[in-house]
Design a protein around this ligand. Structure first.
Ligand code: FE2
Length: 485
């Protein structure tokens, strides 16, 4: 890929003129290929930056103080986390997730952002010959797990969603796509918006308190927090992504014709992190009544024609109850009055639960693991009160879980570091067809006329839409090795 000269000193480019596209439409298009919707993405990014200007900024106005600021931030987060742990030890309930359903709701709601994790940094890959960009490029490659499947952040998150049946997220509202759309738009226009990209990266890579609390509470609920614990370590300010973010900013700002103007744009890019849905807003939005009704209303659209007239609640056929999805709450009330649902008791005591859960259930497979969890927690939670059916683990038990978690992380299979193909990974590589695709790609790389052409080919293969495929991971390993060769 040719070396491009980024616009280090030019003013932020003017807005393009196409009609405003939604964050969701931009996300859904660009997550399939960054070349899609370029004008809409430019306009969207400009609009986001204009919105961001009105927000306060937590960064020091003097860039020479960034290192101190970052170190202070880590100390403050650590102290706040210790306070949290002390509260929990004293018996306080979970701060974020009152139930497992709440935690799974969160995983699904942030999926659009997590599934393009690191995407904004893709845009700096064309500068691989410039050592000042290497910290950012290394950060991108680490987001990709350096080409190892069980270290690739997007692949890990995909697996997490699939494990819990949370992978139906495309009907989320526009605000849930805003961060992901910003990341993809920055990737596609990295040279035009380089200071903003650097500022965005600086904000994204600082260790947040919510990451620590989320990891802790997911583990308590029996949900593998590896995706989150991984970020606690890689974002560290000593030698991790947070440190690389500041080093890259200082190196590139030093080259700018007007470093002060450059830094002002960095500040605004940093503010982009505040737009759209975020961890805490998503957590605060969970309402189990609302979520259950949403899930059942979706089922009702198809389910209303799937029940016989023999299925009756309070003398009314189930198909008639399901006729109006917006009134699904009336159906839940009727099942509760009729004793089909026993709120505040173990779900197993409810006849309705027996119809949907378990391999011999009449409606087996109709509900995903996530949907079942919402239903279960709703049943077991007494109306207007806390769950009567679940016992909270003791503080010691939670600590034991965390120690075991640390052990299991150490026991994860060692990364296979061969640069080219991992022949032993046939299953991961998609069997014979996958092996053939790897062979073809290897051949294409071998036929490149030189390092420039090879890096261009490899760079194209590790775009946000493809880096988590077998070919993308092989290309990542090769790109990482050639970077310093
Ligand atoms: Fe990540």
């Amino acid at each position: 890929m040719p070396v491009r000269e980024p616009m280090l000193a030019a003013p932020c480019p003017p807005a393009a003129q196409p009609a405003a596209a939604s964050a969701k439409s931009i996300y859904l298009a660009m997550s399939q290929g960054l070349e899609r919707q370029p004008e809409a993405a430019h306009h969207f990014l400009r609009r986001c930056l204009a919105d961001a200007e009105a927000l306060p900024v937590a960064l020091p106005l003097d860039p020479s103080r960034l290192d101190n600021w970052s170190q202070r931030h880590v100390l403050d987060v650590g102290a706040a986390y210790q306070d949290y742990l002390a509260r929990r030890k004293a018996g306080a309930p979970r701060q974020y997730f009152a139930s497992k359903a709440a935690a799974l709701y969160f995983l699904r709601a942030v999926a659009p952002t997590k599934l393009v994790d690191g995407a904004w940094l893709y845009g700096v890959l064309p500068h691989w010959q410039d050592v000042a960009f290497h910290g950012l490029i290394r950060t991108y490659l680490e987001e990709l797990g350096d080409g190892v499947a069980d270290k690739n952040h997007v692949a890990i998150y995909q697996q997490l969603l699939a494990t819990h049946g949370c992978d139906q997220w495309h009907d989320l509202s526009d605000e849930h796509f805003e961060q992901g759309a910003i990341q993809l738009a920055l990737a596609a226009q990295a040279d035009q918006f380089l200071p903003e990209l650097i500022g965005y990266n600086l904000g994204y890579e600082q260790l947040p308190l919510h990451l620590l609390i989320t990891s802790y509470e997911l583990n308590e609920l029996g949900i593998d927090p590896y995706y989150f614990t991984l970020h606690v370590t890689v974002d560290n300010g000593s030698n991790g992504h947070a440190h690389k973010a500041i080093a890259a900013l200082q190196a590139l700002m030093a080259r700018a014709d007007d470093p002060a103007a450059f830094y002002q744009r960095v500040l605004n890019g940093y503010r982009l992190n505040e737009l759209g849905a975020c961890t805490t807003s998503v957590i605060g939005a969970f309402d189990i009544d609302k979520e259950l009704k949403r899930l059942l209303a979706d089922k009702a659209i198809i389910g209303k024609d799937m029940h016989s007239d023999y299925c009756r609640i309070e003398g009314k056929a189930v198909s008639a109850w399901l006729e109006n999805p917006a009134a699904i709450g009336d159906f839940l009330d009727a099942m509760t009055r009729a004793g089909w649902i026993q709120r505040g008791q173990d779900a197993a005591a409810s006849r309705f639960w027996g119809l949907v859960s378990g391999p011999r259930a009449e409606m087996f497979g109709v509900f995903s693991p996530y949907e079942l969890q919402v239903l279960r927690d709703w049943i077991e939670q007494a109306p207007g009160g806390a769950s009567a059916a679940r016992r909270e683990p003791s503080y010691r038990a939670r600590q034991r879980n965390l120690r075991e978690l640390a052990g299991s992380a150490e026991a994860r299979p060692a990364a296979m570091r061969g640069v080219i193909r991992h022949w032993g990974q046939a299953a991961n590589d998609g069997g014979a067809a996958g092996q053939n695709a790897l062979r073809v790609f290897e051949q294409q790389v071998a036929e490149c006329g030189g390092k420039d052409a090879a890096m261009a080919l490899l760079g194209a293969a590790i775009a946000p839409s493809t880096h988590h495929t077998p070919v993308g991971m092989m290309a990542t390993r090769m790109f990482a090795q050639l970077l310093d060769a």
